[in-house]
Design a protein around this ligand. Sequence first.
Ligand SMILES: O=c1[nH]cc([C@@H]2O[C@H](COP(=O)(O)O)[C@@H](O)[C@H]2O)c(=O)[nH]1
Ligand SMILES: [Mg+2]
Length: 229
Amino acid sequence: MANKNVSHVIFDMDGLLLDTERLYTEAIQNVCDPFNKKYTWELKQKVMGKKESESVKIIIEELNLPIPDKQFLEEVHQQYNILFPAVELLPGADKLVRHLHKHNIPIAVVTGSDTASFELKSQNHKAFFSLFHHLVLTGDDPEVRHGKPAPDPYLIGARRFDDGVEPSKVLVFEDAVNGVESAHAAGMQCIWVPHREHDRAILEGKTELILNSLVEFKPEEFGLPAFES
Ligand SMILES: O=c1[nH]cc([C@@H]2O[C@H](COP(=O)(O)O)[C@@H](O)[C@H]2O)c(=O)[nH]1
Ligand SMILES: [Mg+2]
């Protein structure tokens, strides 16, 4: 796929900027343990990036858990309260975001997370998140009716830039297949930064670029200012 120059960049959050995916796995597995159920990678892949309300239904149904959504949510949130505040940024995230901000490239975050969960994850990264023009918290944003993989979150994210940029001028960074599909459905270019467990063949040749980490990104390949060193 040929890369086209972009003017705006939108970042996914969980598993892309923040090292939260292993915490989600730990929290959800802890809730599944009393029922002797395994939160597998296959199941995790299906829900990564989705709104919490949608992903919880899928997890309960696929694992046949004998508890209602509300109880699952209460238990998993108790885990999040403990685990999320200590989350770290992923390698390359801080350098790239600061670089784009310094060069006045409009940047935003579009996540499946909701506000309460965002507050927990971002409490030790306030300065970092203040660099973004805006955040779309899909989980409870009233304008976002359908979460990823629907195009709505990214389309709304692009519309909220002051200049209402064309989707083709937006570059998205995603770690989840649902997120890459959402960005492509919105007409944007998307760089996939998969996790070690991901089978790269799923999106090989179907997305603009696949990187092992944000550290490998060369902004000039998409018409953005190159790193100075
Ligand atoms: O193991 C999981 N990871 C991630 C999610 C969902 O994916 C969202 C992360 O979205 P994003 O990567 O778009 O920030 C979370 O808020 C959560 O709703 C989940 O259910 N289970
Ligand atoms: Mg993600």
